[in-house]
Ligand binder design. Structure first.
Ligand code: V47
Length: 625
C-alpha cells in the first residue's frame, strides 16, 4: 500500500504522521489544515483514514424526514423554517397525517421540528408508539437535544425520564441537530434562546448511558471562526471518549436563504465543504462515520466527498423542509437507485443499512469480506484487488452477509461457514490460533473453574469465539454459566460490570493494555483449547462462492497467494500503523503475527472436525435438557 502522498504544503507532513499513528490532532493542526491550500492530500489523508475504518463501504438508509410542525417558540437567526403560531405559513401534522406519509419500504424516520408551544407530552410519545405499531420495521431517530431539553422544561420531567419514556415508546437514536457551533459567542448572536454546548453534550451523554445512541452535527459557513469549528470537533471527540455513543458526525453547510445572515447566493464554497468534511474525519478519529448530507451539499458534491473522508450518504430523505425552506436546491427525495448509482460511480460499495449501521444489503458485485481486525493484515496490506471491492466489518456482521450470499469471497467465521458450506468453498488460508492467539480473550474476576452460576458477557462481534467459549466451559470444565450478548468496547469509560467477559479482535488487544483492576484472570481461548485438544484452533477461513466461474476462482487464488506471500515477507512493516494505534510496539506487532498461523493444512482440518463434533454433542445435550 502506498502511504505516501505528495505534499506541497510541508506543514501537513507532521499531521500525516499523527494520522497514521492515531495520535489526536490538536487545535493547531486543525487550523493548519483549514489554512492550507493543499486540498488534495488533505482529502487523501481523510480518505485513507475512512478506508481504514470502513473499507470501500458507503452507507445509506431508506428513510424519510418528518417535521411535524414549523411552529416554534424559538427565533434562531439562521433558521428559515420556523414560524410563529398564527403565521400564514404555519403548519402542524396530526399523528394520523404523519402515518399516511409512511410506507413499508422505509427503515428509518428522522423526526425533528419546531418547538410547539401547546402540544401535550402525549403527542411526542404517541407519535413514536404509533409509528412502531403500524410500521414495526421502521426505526425511529427523533428529537434533537434542543427538543429533549424543551420537553424536560415544559413537562417538568427529568432528562432521564424524558429519554426513557421515549425509548420505551420505541425511540432508537437521537439525531445530531441543534449542536450548531459550540461557541458562546455565536450562540449569543444567532440562537440565544437555544441550549448551548454544555447542555447539548450533557443530553447526548445521558442518552448514551441509557442505551440510546446518537449523531452529532456542526452548522458551518455562517459567522463562526475556523477556530470555533476546530474546537467543536475537539469537544465532540472528548465526549465520544467518555461514552462511545456517537454513531456519525454530519457537517451541515449553512444555507443562507432569506435568513439575512448572508446574501442568499453566498453559500459555502465546494473547497470549504470538502475541507470541512476531510478535517472532521481527521480530527474526529474516534467517530466511525462521517456523513455527506447531500441535501445541503448537492448530490455532485456529496459524491466527491466520498473521496474526502465521508462514508455515509444519510439516505433517500423524503420530505425534508429545514434545508429546502432555506434555499437548498436539491431534490426533495433521492430515489434509492440514484443513491446507489452515485455511490457506485465513486468506486464504492453502496451499503444499504439499518439505523445502527448493520448492513441490510450490499449493492455491488465482486466484494471481498474482510474481518476488520489487525490479524487479517497479512492478506490485505499487499492485496492488488483489481476490480474487487472490500467490505470490512467484525466477523458476526460479515457472517450475516455471507448468509445472504452478498459476498463473493472473503474471511468467514468458522461457525458461519458451517451454515453456508453448500454455497461457499474453503480456500487454503484462514486465521488460526497456534497454541495462543492473543486476541480472543476471556477476562474474569474468578478463576475459570469457579465461573459456575456466574454471568459472562460476550461481545456481539463474535460467531465462533462465543461457541468456543461455551464448548470449553461446558465440556472441558463441566460448568454451567449464563451468557449475555453485549456491546463491549475498550473505548468506553464504563467497563463491563460482569463476572467475566469475552472480547475479540482489536478490542481484545486494547483490553490487554488496560490492566483492568478487578478482572485479574485472563484466558487466551486458543491456549485453553490447545491444552485440552493439542490442536490449533481455526477461528476463520477464506472462502469463495462455489458458483463463481472456475477461471475467476483461479485468478482469485493467485491474487490471494501473492498478497499473503508479500505480506509475510514484509513482516517488519506489516500492520505497523494499525498495531501502534492499538498500543503495540514493533516487536509486539511482529510477535503477534508470528503466533498466528494462516495456512489451512491437515492439522487445521482435524481441528475443524474436532470442533464440529463437539458442537454436535452440545446440540444433543441441549435437546436432552
Ligand atoms: O439543527 C437549520 C440545521 C439542523 C439551517 O442526525 C440549517 O442523522 C443549514 O440535524 N442551513 C437539523 N442548516 C438537521 C440535522 C440533521 C440532518 C441530517 C442528518 C442528521 C442526523 C441530522 O439543521 C439544525 C440546524 O443545525 N439548520 N437551519 C440552514 N439555514
Amino acid at each position: 500500500m502506498n502511504l505516501y502522498f505528495s505534499f506541497r504544503d510541508k506543514n501537513l507532513i507532521t499531521i500525516w504522521e499523527k494520522v497514521q499513528n492515531n495520535i489526536e490532532l490538536s487545535l493547531e493542526d486543525g487550523l493548519t489544515m483549514f489554512h492550507s491550500n493543499d486540498l488534495i492530500p488533505l482529502g487523501k489523508m481523510a480518505h485513507w483514514l475512512q478506508t481504514e475504518k470502513s473499507g470501500d463501504a458507503v452507507y445509506f438508509i431508506v428513510n424519510q424526514k418528518i417535521e411535524p410542525t414549523n411552529i416554534c417558540v424559538l427565533s434562531c437567526k439562521f433558521c428559515d423554517f420556523a414560524v410563529k403560531k398564527g403565521s400564514e405559513e404555519a403548519y402542524k401534522h396530526s399523528i394520523e397525517e404523519i402515518l399516511q406519509k409512511l410506507s413499508p419500504e422505509l427503515l428509518e424516520v428522522h423526526i425533528t421540528g419546531g418547538l410547539h408551544p401547546d402540544w401535550p407530552w402525549n403527542y411526542y410519545v404517541d407519535l413514536i408508539r404509533e409509528i412502531k405499531k403500524n410500521y414495526p420495521q421502521i426505526d425511529v431517530k427523533a428529537w434533537t437535544a434542543v427538543e429533549i431539553d424543551f420537553f424536560h422544561k415544559k413537562f417538568k420531567k427529568s432528562i432521564e425520564d424524558v429519554l426513557l419514556e421515549l425509548k420505551e415508546a420505541g425511540l432508537r437514536t437521537l439525531p445530531g441537530g441543534g449542536a450548531e457551533v459550540f461557541s458562546e459567542r455565536v450562540r449569543r448572536l444567532l440562537f440565544n434562546q437555544k441550549i448551548g454546548e454544555k447542555r447539548w453534550l450533557e443530553i447526548h451523554k445521558t442518552a448514551h448511558q441509557l442505551g440510546i445512541r446518537s449523531n452529532a452535527t456542526l452548522l458551518y459557513g455562517h459567522i463562526e471562526t475556523l477556530e470555533e469549528r476546530v474546537n467543536h470537533f475537539i469537544k465532540l471527540r472528548e465526549a465520544q471518549k467518555q461514552t462511545n455513543g456517537f454513531l456519525s458526525f454530519i457537517p451541515l453547510a449553512f444555507q443562507p436563504g432569506n435568513t439575512g445572515i448572508k446574501v442568499r447566493d453566498h453559500f459555502t464554497s465546494a473547497i470549504d465543504d470538502l475541507k470541512t468534511i476531510a478535517i472532521s474525519r481527521l480530527m474526529l478519529n474516534n467517530f466511525d462515520h462521517i456523513k455527506a448530507y447531500w441535501i445541503m451539499l448537492t448530490e455532485q458534491l456529496a459524491s466527491v466527498a466520498l473521496s474526502f473522508g465521508a462514508d455515509d450518504m444519510d439516505g433517500t430523505v423524503g420530505g425534508e423542509r429545514i434545508a429546502h425552506d432555506a434555499g437548498a436546491i436539491t431534490p426533495m427525495t433521492l430515489a434509492k437507485d440514484k443513491l446507489i448509482k452515485i455511490i457506485s460511480d465513486a468506486g464504492k460499495i453502496p451499503v444499504e443499512r439499518d439505523i445502527n449501521y448493520n448492513p441490510v444489503k450490499l449493492h455491488s458485485d465482486k466484494i471481498i469480506g474482510k474481518v476488520s481486525y489487525l490479524n487479517t493484515a497479512p492478506f490485505f496490506e499487499h492485496l492488488e484487488k483489481g476490480d474487487y471491492k472490500i467490505f470490512s466489518s467484525p466477523p458476526r456482521q460479515l457472517g450475516k452477509l455471507f448468509k445472504k450470499d452478498n459476498l463473493t469471497a472473503g474471511i468467514i467465521s468458522l461457525m458461519d461457514f458451517f451454515e453456508k458450506e453448500e454455497s461457499y468453498e474453503m480456500l487454503d488460508y484462514g486465521i488460526v490460533g497456534n497454541q495462543k492467539v492473543k486476541s480472543v480473550l476471556l477476562f474474569s474476576k474468578y478463576p475459570i473453574e469457579r465461573l459456575s452460576q456466574k454471568t459472562i458477557a460476550v461481545t456481539n462481534e463474535t460467531s465462533t469465539s462465543s461457541q468456543l467459549l461455551r464448548v470449553i466451559i461446558e465440556h472441558r470444565y463441566n460448568i454451567d454459566a449464563t451468557y449475555i450478548n453485549e456491546n463491549i468496547s475498550a473505548h468506553a469509560d464504563d467497563l463491563p460490570n460482569y463476572d467475566a467477559f469475552l472480547t475479540i479482535g482489536d478490542d481484545a488487544l486494547r483490553f490487554r493494555k488496560l490492566h483492568l483492576k478487578d478482572f485479574i484472570h485472563q484466558y487466551d481461548l486458543a491456549e485453553l483449547w490447545y491444552e485440552w485438544k493439542k490442536l490449533p484452533f481455526v477461528f476463520a477461513i477464506w472462502v469463495i462462492k462455489k458458483s463463481f466461474p472456475q477461471d475467476e476462482k483461479q485468478r482469485f487464488n493467485e491474487m490471494l497467494k501473492m498478497a499473503y506471500e508479500n505480506g509475510m515477507s514484509n513482516l517488519n512493516e506489516l500492520g505497523q500503523y494499525r498495531g501502534k494505534r492499538l498500543g503495540l510496539n514493533s516487536d509486539e506487532i511482529k510477535d503477534y503475527f508470528l503466533k498466528l498461523n494462516y495456512k489451512i493444512g491437515e492439522k487445521e482440518k482435524e481441528a475443524i472436525n474436532t470442533f464440529r463434533k463437539l458442537l454436535k454433542l452440545e446440540l444433543e445435550h441441549k435437546s436432552l435438557r
